[in-house]
Design a protein around this ligand. Structure first.
Ligand code: SF4
Length: 694
């Protein structure tokens, strides 16, 4: 096959594809690769149509700026745009200090961009105010993984290991829609006699393929996990020798689990006792089983504890740290894993290092050629940052790359208000996203197939993305924009727009950290089809299964952490009697900025909808296809009713891909997890009524 071998622009599976020239005026042709284990020749609808996103009619090809708030965005030169940003950043820093300018990144940025963005914030702007949209996506799994294992890394091994599992329990994930080729791996489990258990309040496309589907009330996952552990204890299914040899802290968890007897858990979760028992027996029937979590377990105000409770279950059954077995997180965004490893998180430096660790600061400062004392400390997390914008003591300017928080942030109307109140909002994007349309300066940037870089997929495998076409005239790469701006700001150190050079620096900066990329080179990725981190030297084979010889904790033992069920931050009541849960659909991706512009995807899923149960619809007088007004304590949205018994009769579901009247995130609750600072996207209280009644 001639053409350019690369990977899909969207989700964390990072399916392999080859892009070939399809002739003058035609989009690049997409051909799936069968040499990439993640997708083995499969792609979903988003992947098949991904090349069309390169040539959408409203592609940005010139910088835009408005002369004053309220004035229209007009084309300007790159010099005008970048001078204006640098002048404002220096002026605001002089007047209010370095934290007056903030940076916001994205989990879809390549490792090189995420790294350069973090360095740009700390060295060129000297601001502590940087975070990214991955905080909304997987941070609770990251926090729980770090707490239990001393390290957070997606799946515990290659995706192909799944095939030999005796059972897989998937909690709060719907890969049949979010990453369909992943279903091939789950199908392998079942074809070999293994069982698939899905935990989800909705009967999703994934749940329909399960041997057992548990449908808990939204927000009760912690009680469910504790209840499953109770049954494991009662039925003698706990792997006591493993617990004694490889873990610590089990007694406290055992004490908590004792209080979650099956009938009590059925009352809290709505899951029948026989289903609880069957789930545990399936999971414990062999030595090789997996507990996997995704956004449904993570996006809660107690998300870290919820994920932690499922990790407790996996540890009690002796699963983590054994080949072909363990706990894992299905990361979401394309570089959801790598994006959190290289410094665009408020509290981290490259290599997954804590920004508060003096030795980490010294190491990274040496690579960057600056004084460790000049590096700022930790900043605000994503939602806290967005809602501090323009307030007294909050940032006055924001530079935003690869994110669209006007659609994707919780309580989005409040975020929109804060963005509009800034002295300067700069958005780098390739289309006029809803957030870009609010900006004072818009920078047109290259995307995916127009530039090179690396991505780290859900397995922890570092992959090469390759440039297949030149970007349109007038467009620059994010790396070039950051390097240019660093120069205009008089930043010390070296700044490159060449991904290969930036990756070399990233290798040095990550060396010795948890996410150690020191031994990974572009050449090795090329030759080996990807390299798993940690990989501390060029003669190291990489680490596909990191916990076989011990966990990354100081004593090598995994840690149990007890947690009691407490329910969602906002429960239903007489005024708001229905749970709302949000999620994604097959034909759209994240805030929809890319996929809503691709014709076939827009036709497949043209607009917002709300799923509600037939009994609830009848009680409320709502017909299938009618417009429904959904109201929470934070706002309202209108969407088309889909009446279906796939949802519980106490729960409505809305996907979050659309802006405007149908924006699900007008409703969501920004209550934050105390550890991960992740908002509670997965449950809030709403009322529904026919739209005409408003
Ligand atoms: Fe792209 Fe994910 Fe679909 Fe694969 S599953 S084609 S990576 S969106």
């Amino acid at each position: 096959m001639t053409g350019t071998p690369t990977h899909c622009p969207y989700c964390a599976l990072q399916c392999g594809m080859t892009l070939t020239d399809a002739g003058p005026g035609a989009p690049l042709a997409v051909v799936p690769r069968d040499d990439v284990p993640a997708n083995r020749g499969g792609l979903c609808q988003k992947g098949w149509t991904s090349a069309e996103a390169l040539t959408v009619p409203d592609r940005l090809t010139a910088p835009l700026a408005r002369e004053a708030k309220g004035a229209p965005l007009r084309p300007c030169t790159w010099d005008e745009a970048l001078d204006r940003i640098a002048e404002a950043a220096l002026r605001l820093r002089g007047a209010h200090g370095p934290d007056a300018v903030a940076v916001f990144g994205g989990g879809g940025l390549t490792n090189e961009k995420a790294y350069q963005l973090g360095k740009f914030a700390r060295v060129a702007l000297r601001t502590s105010q940087i975070d990214y949209n991955g905080r909304f996506c997987m941070s609770s799994a990251a926090a729980a993984g770090n707490r239990a294992f001393g390290m957070d890394r997606g799946l515990p091994g290659p995706v192909t290991d799944l095939a030999r599992a005796d059972a897989v329990m998937l909690v709060g994930g719907n890969p049949a829609e979010t990453m369909p080729p992943f279903m091939r791996h789950l199908a392998d489990v079942r074809e070999r006699g293994g069982a698939l258990v899905v935990v989800d309040p909705r009967r999703t496309a994934t749940a329909r393929q399960a041997d057992l589907h548990l449908r808990p009330v939204p927000g009760t996952d912690l009680a469910l996990a504790n209840g499953l552990l109770h049954i494991a204890l009662a039925e003698g299914l706990v792997d006591e020798p493993y617990v004694a040899a490889r873990t610590s802290g089990f007694e406290a968890v055992r004490t908590v689990a004792n209080a979650y007897w099956p009938e009590r858990v059925e009352r809290i979760t709505g899951v029948p006792v026989p289903h609880l028992r069957e789930a545990v027996r399936l999971l414990a029937r062999g030595e090789r089983s997996y507990v996997l979590t995704a956004r449904g377990a993570e996006q809660h105000a107690r998300g870290t504890d919820m994920v932690g409770a499922f990790i407790n279950l996996a540890l009690a059954l002796g699963l983590p740290g054994r080949p072909g077995s363990g706990y894992g997180c299905l990361t979401g965004q394309g570089n959801g894993q790598g994006g959190r490893e290289h410094g665009q998180k408020a509290d981290q430096l490259p290599g997954y290092r804590s920004i508060s660790d003096p030795r980490a600061r010294e190491h990274v400062a040496r690579v960057w050629g600056v004084d460790p004392g000049s590096l700022p400390g930790p900043g605000r997390s994503a939602y806290e940052l967005l809602t501090a914008l323009g307030t007294d003591g909050g940032p006055k300017a924001l530079l935003l790359f690869g994110s669209n928080p006007v659609v994707s942030a919780p309580r989005a109307a409040a975020v929109e208000e804060r963005l509009a109140a800034l002295d300067l909002l700069v958005v780098a994007d390739f289309v006029p996203s809803e957030t870009a349309l609010l900006a004072d300066v818009v920078l047109p940037t290259a995307q995916w197939a127009e530039e090179s870089g690396t991505m780290t997929n859900l397995e922890g495998r570092v992959l090469r993305r390759r440039r297949a076409v030149a970007p349109p005239d007038g467009v620059r790469t994010d790396l070039a924009v950051l390097a240019d701006l660093a120069g205009r700001l008089g930043a010390p150190g070296k700044w490159s727009d060449d991904p290969a050079e930036v990756f070399e620096e990233l290798r040095a900066a990550s060396a010795g950290g948890l996410a150690d990329y020191a031994g990974i080179t572009y050449e090795r990725i090329e030759a080996e089809g990807g390299v798993f981190w940690p990989c501390p030297s060029e003669d190291h084979p990489g680490t596909p299964r990191p916990f076989l010889d011990g966990f990354a904790t100081p004593d090598g033992r995994a840690r149990f952490v007890p947690a009691e069920h407490g329910g969602p931050a906002e429960d239903v009541d007489g005024g708001y009697p229905v749970y709302l849960t949000t999620g994604r659909v097959l034909a759209q991706y994240q805030s929809g900025a890319q996929t809503r512009r691709v014709r076939a995807l827009a036709e497949a899923e043209p607009g917002p909808f709300v799923e509600l149960h037939p009994d609830l619809a009848e009680r409320l007088g709502i017909a299938d296809g009618a417009d429904v007004r959904v109201t929470s304590r934070r706002g309202a949205a209108t969407a088309r009713a889909r009446v279906t018994d796939a949802v519980r009769d106490d729960t409505a579901f809305m996907p979050f891909h659309w802006p405007g009247e149908g924006r699900a995130n007008s409703l969501t609750n920004p209550a934050l997890d105390p550890v991960s600072r992740m908002p509670e996207f997965k449950v809030c209280a709403v009322r529904l009524e026919p739209a005409a009644a408003e």
